[in-house]
Design a protein around this ligand. Structure first.
Ligand SMILES: NC(=O)C1=CN([C@@H]2O[C@H](COP(=O)(O)OP(=O)(O)OC[C@H]3O[C@@H](n4cnc5c(N)ncnc54)[C@H](OP(=O)(O)O)[C@@H]3O)[C@@H](O)[C@H]2O)C=CC1
Ligand SMILES: O=C(CO)COP(=O)(O)O
Length: 343
């Protein structure tokens, strides 16, 4: 990798055959970089190579014909310069361990918005542990995969301690419909992406219950307050939450029925059980696991997170939605904005 003079020669590997992995592979291929996409299903790889579609995850969207799909991880990662990992958080460490023999100095970037159970680690921290020689970064932002493959005008954030990684990702992914901003607060960017999934479930539920714009606005704004409060306690920069990876991603997932987390909340709001809602979705809704992990962590750190507590009461403790809403509305009334500088 180090001997390459031109970024145009860079080879990219995408690990994961789901909707976001395919959306990113599509951009990279359209930008004329060599891209191999690894997945575990041979029939899915055959479909991408022969028909240039990924019908299970992105039905009706043609993918760039230059994407080379493979089930051979060694081949996918061979000679790669940049590796994008788009695997749900539950399986992330397992898959990254399989990558170990084929990763040396590459730039490895997580696209996954989740938290590891037990350790409370974010995905880039797992990358650092499992791939100590790699340069690590993350991508996060308001990035619904289906809108990206439909070429809707979109922006994302790349975050890393490495300026070279940020610049490289900007060049690999920048198109006339996709902008890539950079940020040095990797932890805040990544945590924002994981936390907003919780509130997307809440807003989906609110939508199912026909709550109005006042309610959705209150939910999103108070969500931003509580997710920033939590993140700052853990060491993130509160200003990161004003950017695309904070409020930007919160808005898109709290308002769009394309968000899988929103859809799970909507289904529960319409009376389905959580299990039924997840089974019907058939894809990952990271917010469900993140909710339980954040609830425990917030209790441990004594961080005030009433919306998290309320959703936990509904989804895990099976409390009636109406009773939880009433308790939330009658709860303590706090400051509007918390991070004002007091003289
Ligand atoms: N979709 C989106 O709009 C966006 C998603 N993200 C994030 O990207 C991450 C990945 O999501 P996304 O692509 O959407 O997920 P999907 O649910 O669409 O796909 C998940 C992919 O991971 C694969 N996978 C799961 N477990 C394993 C395993 N043990 N070994 C090998 N492959 C595995 C699945 O393979 P198989 O089909 O064989 O089960 C599938 O290809 C998520 O954390 C999400 O938060 C971020 C921004 C946007
Ligand atoms: O993170 C996303 C958009 O930015 C995707 O959200 P979902 O995982 O809820 O579909």
């Amino acid at each position: 990798m180090g001997s390459k003079q031109l970024i145009a020669e860079y080879k990219v590997a995408v690990v994961g055959g789901g909707s976001f992995g395919s959306a990113l592979a599509d951009i990279v291929a359209a930008n004329k970089f060599c891209v191999r996409q690894w997945m575990r299903s041979q029939s899915q790889a055959d479909e991408i190579n022969q028909h240039h579609t990924n019908n299970q995850y992105l039905p009706e969207y043609p993918l760039h014909p230059a994407i080379e799909a493979t089930t051979d991880l060694a081949y996918a990662l061979k000679d790669s310069d940049v590796i994008l990992v788009a695997i749900p958080s539950k399986s992330f460490r397992t898959v990254v361990r399989q990558m170990q023999p084929f990763v040396q100095q590459q730039m490895v970037v997580s696209t996954t918005k989740g938290i590891e159970a037990d350790s409370f680690k974010l995905m880039s921290q797992i990358l650092e542990e499992e791939l100590p020689t790699a340069t690590v970064g993350v991508i996060s932002g308001p990035n619904l995969a289906k809108e990206i493959v439909a070429k809707a005008l979109t922006a994302t954030v790349v975050a890393s301690d490495s300026e070279v990684l940020c610049q490289t990702l900007q060049q690999l992914l920048h198109t006339d419909y996709f902008r890539v901003y950079s940020n040095t607060d990797r932890y805040g960017v990544e945590l924002g992406g994981a936390l907003k999934n919780i509130y997307a479930i809440v807003c989906g539920m609110g939508s199912a219950l026909s709550m109005g714009a006042n309610t959705q606005s209150m939910l999103m704004t108070r969500a931003l307050a509580e997710m920033s409060r939590f993140a700052v306690t853990l060491g993130a920069n509160p200003l990161t939450f004003l950017g695309l990876a904070g409020v930007g991603d919160l808005i898109v997932t709290c308002t769009s029925p394309l968000s899988r987390n929103f859809r799970v909340g909507y289904a529960v709001g319409k009376g389905q059980s959580l299990d039924e809602a997840e089974a019907e979705l058939g894809q990952v809704a990271e917010g469900v696991n993140t909710l339980s992990l954040v609830k425990v962590k917030a209790d441990e750190l004594s961080v005030y997170m009433p919306i998290v507590q309320g959703l936990y009461a509904i989804l895990v403790e099976q409390k009636p939605i109406a009773r939880v809403i009433r308790q939330l509305m009658l709860g303590e009334q706090k400051d509007d904005v918390e991070f004002l500088l007091h003289s």
